[in-house]
Structures are given as structure tokens and as C-alpha cells.
Design a protein around this ligand. Structure first.
Ligand code: T3P
Length: 227
């Protein structure tokens, strides 16, 4: 109705600390290998940056997030759980979680559902959307740490072919031209949630950021409400 706003909230990098767990578990599993401090991360896909150090680091890194328990064990990002509960209790506010499973989906998909139930409760499981293409989901806002959602995505069709052939699913990224979501002009405004890999990016106006959950997310929601 009038004044109502529908918000999509991403999981990895926004609600769940993917990058922190990835670095910690990678260093535990490969103690002798080089690693990238979070302050030195650049680009959405950690694997691409590791591969630039040395090609064999790509599959080593992806073995960490493809392991059972990785997605379930992710720690909530500071303030995220409280913000989600508060947001969903606001009048005229529809909150959904919108997340893309990795192409090696066996553990990831189930564990994302379990994570939501564990940290947010069963009500939020009813609001969980899993899709590889967020551009076809209709909403006013998408809060996401990925810097290239509307435009060129590093993930896509080519990766799917790779997984069918049994290669590590995310491994093909960067070897092919990027692909876009099918909806060229999505209904939502993308709010970039600040994460280690995107903090240095200069946004094109009028693109907006949410620096953290301590930042004023209520004002961003209010900016989408009709008077
Ligand atoms: P989300 O849509 O919740 O941000 O790519 C599929 C998911 O895994 C997606 O979840 C993002 C996350 N992911 C990363 O954050 N970094 C990576 O390097 C990879 C491969 C995946």
C-alpha cells in the first residue's frame, strides 16, 4: 500500500561473514600458502584474486567454501540480526533475504536455510529467496555487497557448463566474458553494503552505500516510501 517498501537483503557479505571465515579456514587448511589480508582484498570473488598470486591457489580457496559446514558456520555480521528483526517489525515494510547459492550447491543450499533458522528464526525461512539472478526479483531495494549486480556479473552460464562437466563450479570465472542478469533494468535500487572487497570502490552517482548495520538503513528505506 501507500508508503510501503519491499527490501531484499543479501546473505554473504551482508548478514553472514563469508570473507572472514574464508580467510580463517583457508589459513587453517593451508598454513604454508600465501594469503590475502582482508584489508588487501579487491574484487567480489576472492578466488580470482588468489588465482592471480598463483593458479593452484584458486581451487585451494574454493575447497574451503565448498566444504560441508562452511556456510552454516558463518558468523553473523555485526548488527545484522538485530537490524533484520527491527526492519521486519516496521510498519509497511516487507523484508526478504535474497541470496545466490554457489554452483557447488550440495552443502550451501541446505546450510543457508539452516543458517537463517538458527540466527533469525523460522519466520525468516519463509522469506528466503535463492536465485542466481536477482534482477528478476521485484522490490524497491536490494542491499548487497556485490558491486556489479545490474551490470556485468562474473558468474553465470559458463560456470554452469563447467559444473556439468565436473569441474569446480566457480573455477571458470574470469576465463569468459561476463554475463548480465536477464532483467536489464531491475525494479530495485541496489544499495552497496560495504565489505572488505568493495570498500575502495568509487561509486558512480547516484549509487548509494550502506557502510555497516550501524549506518542509517532506516533513512534509506524511508527514501523509497511514498508520502
Ligand atoms: P550471496 O548472494 O548471499 O552474496 O556466489 C554465490 C554466493 O557465494 C553469493 O552469495 C556470494 C558468495 N560468494 C562470495 O561472496 N565470494 C566468492 O568468492 C564466491 C565464490 C561466492
Amino acid at each position: 500500500g501507500s508508503g510501503s517498501v519491499r527490501v531484499l537483503v543479501d546473505m554473504d557479505g551482508v548478514l553472514a561473514d563469508f570473507e572472514g571465515a574464508l580467510l580463517r579456514k583457508y589459513r587453517e587448511r593451508y598454513p604454508g600458502e600465501p594469503f590475502i589480508e582482508l584489508s588487501e582484498r579487491r574484487g567480489f570473488l576472492a578466488r580470482d584474486q588468489y588465482r592471480q598470486i598463483s593458479p593452484e591457489l584458486g581451487p585451494k580457496l574454493s575447497s574451503v567454501y565448498e566444504s560441508p559446514g562452511f556456510f552454516l558456520d558463518l558468523k553473523p555480521i555485526s548488527g545484522a540480526i538485530e537490524a533484520m528483526k527491527e526492519m521486519s517489525n516496521l510498519r509497511n515494510t516487507e523484508v526478504f533475504l535474497c541470496t545466490s547459492p554457489i554452483l557447488q550447491y550440495e552443502h550451501c543450499v541446505q546450510e543457508k536455510f539452516l543458517w537463517v533458522e538458527k540466527h533469525l528464526g523460522a519466520e525468516f525461512v519463509q522469506r528466503l529467496i535463492l536465485t542466481r539472478d536477482k534482477t528478476i526479483v521485484h522490490a524497491d531495494l536490494l542491499i548487497d555487497d556485490k558491486d556489479s549486480i545490474k551490470g556485468e556479473s562474473a558468474e553465470g552460464i559458463q560456470g554452469l557448463h563447467a559444473s556439468v562437466k565436473g569441474e569446480s563450479a566457480e573455477g571458470i570465472q574470469g576465463l569468459h566474458a561476463p554475463v548480465k542478469g536477464v532483467q536489464a533494468s531491475p525494479s530495485w535500487e541496489h544499495i552497496l553494503f560495504t565489505c572488505c572487497h568493495n570498500q575502495h570502490l568509487q561509486l558512480q552517482p547516484p549509487q548509494r552505500r550502506l557502510q555497516s548495520w550501524a549506518d542509517d538503513w532506516r533513512a534509506i528505506l524511508d527514501s523509497k516510501r511514498r508520502p
